[in-house]
Design a binder for this molecule. Structure first.
Ligand SMILES: [Zn+2]
Length: 201
């Protein structure tokens, strides 16, 4: 088993305020089940319950709010239990939009990249009641987007998950062979916000 999360780390995480839609938690369960089978979901529930935060994935409702810290704890617990790497967490984020009912409905309306990018802050707000996401640069000819996350600091693993998530969404709206994303600024590395640069060719 990978390195355990310490009690102190969990307590610090659980004190961070902010909520996420149940749809995101449901997408975690789908990813875990696809990777590790139904038993995997049960193993994560058991472990988190032992840590003092009882969870039952079947009870989560897509449109309700749950602590983002709990979402983070689910990801961290799965990573530890199943020996996942950051690459797996990136994939978890990348696959989430296709499991997410709200994301699917929203994306149905986006006919152009420009329209989509104009909706990015609202898209964030529909999924999270804390922090914000802005598009700071965008050039369709030079093929890049710069995204900035502000007032959002739960755990570095979420930077990886979000990078995957943004890549997954971009794959829906940009038709390109190769799409890449890099986190160029990070609140866990002393920057004031997280910044992601998405490029494609
Ligand atoms: Zn970061």
């Amino acid at each position: 088993m990978a390195e355990e999360i310490t009690k102190e780390e969990i307590q610090k995480l659980m004190r961070v305020r902010g909520n996420v839609r149940g749809a995101i938690l449901q997408s975690h369960a789908i990813f875990i089940q696809n990777r590790e089978g139904k038993g995997g979901v049960g193993a994560v529930e058991k472990k988190i319950t032992e840590l003092g935060y009882p969870v039952n994935f079947e009870k989560f409702k897509a449109g309700e709010w749950y602590p983002e810290s709990l979402s983070t704890l689910i990801i961290l617990t799965a990573k530890t239990l199943f020996n996942w790497t950051e690459k797996d967490i990136f994939e978890m984020g990348r696959s989430a939009p296709k499991y997410n009912f709200i994301a699917k409905i929203l994306m149905r309306y986006f006919v152009s990249l420009e329209k989509f990018l104009a909706e990015v802050p609202n898209y964030w707000r529909k999924h999270l009641d804390c922090g914000k996401l802005e598009v700071v640069q965008f050039d369709e000819e030079k093929k890049y987007i710069v995204l900035r996350e502000k007032d959002f600091k739960f755990h570095p693993i979420i930077c990886v998950y979000h990078a995957g998530y943004y890549q997954g969404i971009t794959e829906y709206v940009v038709k390109a062979e190769k799409i890449s994303i890099k986190e160029t600024k990070c609140v866990f590395k002393g920057d004031l916000y997280n910044e992601y640069v998405i490029t494609w060719d």
